[in-house]
Design a protein around this ligand. Structure first.
Ligand code: GLV
Length: 333
């Protein structure tokens, strides 16, 4: 009889990650990447001490109450709005995420989306593919300038800072940001970024990039009023989370020309996309791939695996979200 902890790998992941986990745990793996609803997830989680999740699995009170043997859930994502952290704390379950390893890759993608949006790359490519390119025109797909313009960043954690550095040092942009708390002077200088109010950020940015975490406070942080405050020539990029932008209001603003264009990697209720966004031309849409390079996805999977191994074999996670100090994981009771 094996005494090894049981771990559920809730989504398909690199075979090498599964192999590594299998050296430490009795594994149940969603090999075919089936879509499990909440009831099925709970059924599969029964009797497991650990879970490997992606941002797609919602782990809340109902799940944790139904799975009393669960001690640790490792998210292969830096964002963890799929976790109800109050419920984790109530149940004494360790939650971990994957910070740091995706910072530069995600900042690269944010910048790529900014450029594709400002320079109308997707829109003009669709035009070409439709066979509509008959001749050169002086004003064909003219877009917004990137170099030397004002880059606004809402949310100035690691990824926001990476985008600021790319803008300031790569493209000579004037970088302004707003964040819940102001950065220290040295970090501001390293990013060549200036702290402004949210109102000023909206008013002054030529390109506004959203990199803040999703929470009830950031729900619809960009809605009709905020879009109306932006320059009509401005672009908006969301690589943070769906729900931070009111997608219906954004589609209406894009259609009415209240802002010039948008680039979205994340959507409210994804993988569904608001139907109005699919019909406006001046928006670049990508399917939540900002961290998607082979190296980065491997590093994220490795870190999630490290967290499970470290917590279940030594009692200490590598990148914990919550602190269980002074509490017993309920599996140890
Ligand atoms: C991706 O969206 C992540 O949070 O890692």
């Amino acid at each position: 009889m094996s005494e090894r902890p049981r771990v559920l790998v809730a989504r398909q992941v690199f075979p090498e990650t599964v192999e590594r986990l299998s050296q430490h745990f009795e594994l149940s793996v969603n090999t075919h990447d089936e879509a499990w609803d909440k009831a099925e997830l709970i059924r599969r989680l029964q009797g497991h001490q650990g879970a490997f999740t992606t941002g797609s699995e919602r782990i809340d009170e109902e799940v944790l109450a139904a799975c009393p043997e669960l001690k640790v859930v490792a998210n292969m994502a830096v964002g963890y709005n799929n976790f109800d952290m109050d419920a984790f704390d109530r149940h004494g379950v360790q939650a971990t995420n994957a910070p740091g390893v995706l910072t530069d890759t995600t900042a690269d993608f944010g910048f790529a989306l900014l450029m594709a949006t400002a320079r109308r790359i997707a829109e003009s490519e669709h035009f070409l593919r439709r066979g509509e390119w008959q001749r050169w025109r002086y004003d064909m797909f003219v877009g917004g300038e990137v170099h030397g313009s004002t880059l606004g960043i809402l949310g100035m954690g690691r990824i926001g800072q990476g985008i600021a550095r790319r803008g300031a040092f790569g493209f000579g942009m004037n970088v302004i940001y707003h964040n819940r708390s102001r950065l220290d002077a040295q970090t501001e200088a390293e990013c060549r970024a200036q702290y402004v109010s949210k109102d000023e950020l909206l008013r002054s940015a030529d390109h506004l990039v959203l990199v803040l975490p999703y929470s009830p406070e950031s729900h619809h942080a960009i809605g009709a009023a905020e879009l109306a405050a932006m320059k009509p020539t401005a672009t908006l990029v969301n690589i943070a989370r769906g729900g931070i932008v009111d997608d219906a209001a954004l589609a209406a603003a894009l259609r009415a020309g209240r802002i010039a264009a948008a680039g979205l990697d994340v959507f409210e209720g994804e993988p569904r996309v608001h139907p109005d966004l699919l019909t406006v031309p001046n928006v670049v849409l990508t399917p939540h791939i900002a961290s998607a390079t082979v190296g980065t996805r491997r590093a994220m999977a490795d870190l999630a695996a490290d967290n499970l191994i470290a917590f279940l074999t030594q009692g200490q996670a590598v990148t914990p979200i919550n602190r269980l100090v002074g509490r017993q994981s309920h599996g140890d009771e």
